[in-house]
Design a protein around this ligand. Structure first.
Ligand code: GLV
Ligand code: MG
Length: 356
């Protein structure tokens, strides 16, 4: 057992003080790039400021032959680029892979002062976070890093889902969780073959008009269900409980921008703060979906104004508003303020809202 006192002590002599709070930095889109792909890498400097997070991916989707080139490419890009307001994250290889030790021992000394968050894939339990936590502290101490690098776990194994609360609480460095629907589906032996999103076979059907065979066989409305609802809901609760942030993950059907937007919006409404982007066109979708709409902010500000000192109840447009609906509106208003601080276009839209 680690006592409350020990929890915030550095895990290595000379390592920075672990954070007592994880700042709510806008991270609507975490845009993945392959640092071993010269064409993609060349575009990174111009993307600074256009997306909340740029993530150099070292894990899946990078061929084994390109692992070293990706690691070295990320070091080069990070050293040569001024990221300004954009966060730099990386996804390291999994903890049982032959590459992860070199990933960490190369990246931390070379670019540890520029890396905001390290995403750890296929996390199974608190022991995985403890390992990364101690190793990062040792490497930070050796490299003289003064701001602790945060850790983000991908939830993509059944054991990881079962251990979700202990993963979120395993280290003060824990920044958040992402859903890894592709690996999770495989690990759970789900019968899907996609990267995220829904499945037309996962549905409920309207009752038949009667139990006659003709009515049973007659066309009936069907409603597709969300395969990821359960897992995202668990992520949201575990993250909120620990003061860290939940994210949807990859949506592999790049062409289907409409279903992608739906999946992202479900995650946003349930409490996620952002998602992955696998293609530049998903950045715009994520920025739109994970920013409260002008209509929502207008309504939220009206409720805040009408509720005065925040207690009691008022009627607004025929609907009862009280302390609890005010709290929901404040979540939206605060998010809008955080986003307006880094997104001038959004700030203009929110500033132009008139509350009657
Ligand atoms: C992401 O890594 C996934 O497995 O979906
Ligand atoms: Mg995965």
């Amino acid at each position: 057992m680690r006592t409350a006192k020990d929890f915030f002590r550095p895990l290595a002599v000379g390592a920075p003080q672990p954070p007592t709070e994880i700042p709510a930095r806008p991270s609507r889109a975490i845009h993945f790039f392959d640092p071993s792909n010269a064409k993609m890498a060349a575009k990174i400097p111009a993307m600074v400021g256009t997306v909340d997070v740029l993530l150099g991916n070292l894990e899946d989707a990078i061929k084994a032959d390109n692992k070293v080139a990706a690691r070295e490419g990320l070091v080069r890009i990070a050293q040569e680029t001024d990221f300004g307001p954009t966060q730099l994250w990386t996804r390291i290889n999994s903890l049982d892979s032959p590459w992860v030790l070199d990933d960490l021992t190369t990246l931390v000394p070379a670019i540890g002062d520029k890396l905001d968050v390290i995403m750890v894939p296929k996390v199974q339990g608190a022991e995985d976070i403890h390992y990364v936590d101690r190793l990062l502290a040792q490497l930070e101490a050796k490299a003289g890093i003064t701001t602790p690098i945060l850790v983000h776990a991908i939830l993509e194994t059944a054991r990881g889902v079962a251990n979700i609360e202990e993963i979120c609480g395993a280290s003060p460095r824990m920044q958040g969780l992402s859903l890894g629907p592709a690996d999770l589906a495989a690990d759970r032996r789900m019968k899907t073959t996609r990267v995220g999103g829904g499945h037309p076979g996962y549905l409920v059907r309207q009752d038949p008009a009667s139990s006659d065979q003709a009515d049973i066989e007659a066309p009936r409305a069907t409603y597709q269900q969300d395969l990821w609802h359960y897992t995202i809901a668990r992520m949201v609760d575990a993250c909120a409980m620990h003061g860290i942030y939940p994210y949807y993950g990859p949506f592999g059907d790049i062409a289907d921008v409409v279903a992608c937007e739906d999946q992202f919006r479900n995650a946003f409404l349930l409490g996620c703060v952002g998602t992955w982007s696998l293609h530049p066109k998903q950045i715009a979708i994520a920025n739109r979906v994970f920013s409260p709409s002008v209509a929502d902010i207008r309504h939220a500000r009206r409720v805040v104004a009408a509720m005065g000192d925040g207690t009691g109840a008022v009627m607004l447009d025929g609907k009862m508003e009280d302390d609890a609906s005010l709290k929901q509106c404040l979540v939206m208003v605060r998010l809008a303020e955080e986003l307006a601080a880094i997104d001038p276009e959004l700030k203009q839209q929110y500033d132009a809202i008139e509350v009657d």
